[in-house]
Design a protein around this ligand. Structure first.
Ligand code: ATP
Ligand code: MG
Length: 387
C-alpha cells in the first residue's frame, strides 16, 4: 500500500497572486525539514501540497511530526493512494481505515474533482459506506456528529482515502515575511518571541550576549539548546555570540547604578542592529513584556528603542507570564529556560533600578562610555549554525 501526506495551506489562499511564491517557499521548507529522513516527492496541485515518500521504508510518522511544526500548514492528513477504480477503493478501505474499529459512528464524504470518474459523489458515499458497514458491523452511520469521517477524494492522479485531518502549525511559511534578528537570552520569553515571529513568516536569526567570566559556558550551551528546540519551527538558526564583558564593565564603572540596565540594553540594541544588518535582517525581536521588570516599563522601552533605527518587534509585549509559559511548554523550551545559569542581564544589576529613566539623563551618562568597545565586540562575534 502506498501512503502519503497531504497538506492544506491556510492563509496562503488569501494571498492572491503571491500564492504561488508562498507555496514554493512552503514546499522548500518542507523539503528541508524532511531531508534527513529520505527522499520525498513534494508538489502542489489545487491548493494541496502532496508529500510522497519515494521509498517504502521511510518513517512517515516522523515525517508527519516534523510537518506538523512547519508554519504555513493549516491542516495535515495521512492518506492512502489508490487507483481510480471503485473496486480498488473497496478493497483498500477496510484495511486502511483501521481506526473505524474503535469508533461507534461514522460517515463517508466524497470529493470528486476528476469529473470523468464514473460514480457521482452521493453514490460513492453510499457504496463505500455499505462496504465499510459490512467490514465493521458494529458501526452505525451518523451524518451529523460521526465519531469518524471517512473521506474519499478522486483527484487528478489518483484516489485518496483518509479520515479526519490534524491541525497544522498555522501561520505563514518561514521566509515569506523577510528576516529578523532575535535577541535571545537563556530565559523563558525570548525563545517564545522567536517562535511567534517565525510563525508570521520571518526567518529568524539570533544574537546572544555573553559576559565571561561572569557568565559561564553552561549559559551559552543553554542558549544553543534553546535554538535547537525552536529550530523545528523556525528552521536552521544562525546564532551570533557577542562578547559583552568589556562593554558591561565600562557601563558599571562609568554610569550611575540606577540606569545601568537601560544603558546596557541600549548597547545591546546598537550591537544587535549592526549584527542584524550584517546578516541582511530588517528588524530586531525581543522577549520584552510590558512592565514585567524595571527595564520593561514604557519609559525604559522608549529609551531602549531610541538607541536603534530598525523596528523592534515584541510579540509577547501584551502577554502575561503564564500565557508565555504555556507556549514555552508547548514548544518544549520551558525546562531548558528555567535551568539556573546566569545571564549577562543579571550581572551587575542594580538594587534600585530607575523605572522611569529620562532620556537626557541616559544620554549624559553614555557620554562617558567608550563606544569603540561596541565595535570591538562586533568584530569578535562568533557564529554557530544550529538545527
Ligand atoms: P527572557 O525570559 O527572554 O530572558 P526576561 O524577562 O528575563 O526575558 P530581560 O532579562 O530583561 O527579560 O531581557 C529582556 C529581553 O532582552 C529578552 O527577552 C531578550 O530579548 C533580550 N536579552 C536579555 N538578555 C540577553 C542576552 N544575554 N543576549 C541577547 N538578548 C538578551
Ligand atoms: Mg532574561
Amino acid at each position: 500500500m502506498k501512503e502519503l501526506i497531504l497538506l492544506k495551506c491556510g492563509e496562503l489562499a488569501l494571498k492572491g497572486l503571491n500564492r504561488r511564491t508562498f507555496e514554493d517557499v512552503l514546499m522548500k521548507n518542507c523539503r528541508r525539514r524532511l531531508e534527513s529522513l529520505g527522499k520525498f516527492h513534494i508538489y502542489s496541485s489545487q491548493s494541496t501540497v502532496y508529500v510522497e515518500p519515494e521509498n517504502e521504508d521511510i518513517d512517515l510518522d516522523e515525517a508527519q511530526d516534523r510537518l506538523l511544526k512547519v508554519f504555513g500548514v493549516a491542516a495535515l492528513t495521512r492518506a492512502a493512494v489508490v487507483e481510480k477504480d471503485f473496486q480498488a477503493i473497496q478493497r483498500m478501505a477496510p484495511a486502511y481505515l483501521k481506526n473505524l474499529g474503535l469508533a461507534k459512528t461514522f460517515k463517508v464524504e466524497a470529493k470528486r474533482s476528476d469529473k470523468t470518474f464514473p460514480m457521482k459523489s452521493p453514490e460513492l458515499c453510499r457504496e463505500l459506506g455499505a462496504c465499510l458497514l459490512e467490514a465493521y458491523p458494529h458501526l452505525t452511520v451518523d451524518v451529523h456528529h460521526p465519531d469518524v469521517t471517512v473521506y474519499v477524494e478522486i483527484r487528478e492522479k489518483a484516489a485518496y482515502l483518509h479520515t479526519d485531518q490534524l491541525h497544522g502549525a498555522g501561520g505563514l511559511p518561514v521566509g515569506t515575511s523577510g528576516k529578523a534578528m532575535l535577541l535571545i537570552s537563556g530565559g523563558i520569553d525570548s525563545p517564545v518571541a522567536g517562535y511567534m515571529m517565525a510563525k508570521r513568516g520571518l526567518r529568524v536569526y539570533a544574537v546572544h550576549f555573553v559576559s565571561p567570566p561572569y557568565t559561564s559556558e553552561h549559559a551559552l550551551e543553554k542558549v544553543k539548546t534553546l535554538c535547537k528546540k525552536i529550530a523545528p519551527y523556525c528552521g536552521r538558526i544562525r546564532l551570533a555570540v557577542v562578547p559583552f564583558t568589556q562593554v558591561q564593565e565600562d557601563i558599571r564603572d562609568h554610569c550611575p547604578e540606577d540606569i545601568f540596565t537601560v544603558v546596557m540594553r541600549r548597547c545591546m540594541m546598537r550591537i544587535g542592529e549592526r549584527v542584524a544588518k550584517d546578516n541582511g535582517c530588517e528588524a530586531l525581536i525581543t522577549g520584552e513584556s510590558m512592565a514585567q521588570v524595571a527595564s520593561q516599563t514604557l519609559q525604559a522601552i522608549a529609551c531602549t528603542d531610541l538607541a536603534c533605527q530598525m523596528p523592534v518587534l515584541r510579540p509577547v509585549i501584551g502577554m502575561d507570564k503564564n500565557e508565555i509559559v504555556k507556549i514555552a511548554y508547548q514548544i518544549d523550551t520551558f525546562e531548558t529556560s528555567i535551568l539556573p545559569y546566569e545571564d549577562c542581564c543579571t550581572v551587575f544589576t542594580p538594587k534600585h533600578p530607575r523605572t522611569r529613566p529620562k532620556l537626557s539623563y541616559v544620554l549624559e551618562a553614555e557620554e562617558k562610555l567608550d563606544m569603540d568597545l561596541l565595535e570591538k565586540a562586533i568584530q569578535e562575534t562568533e557564529y554557530f549554525d544550529i538545527g
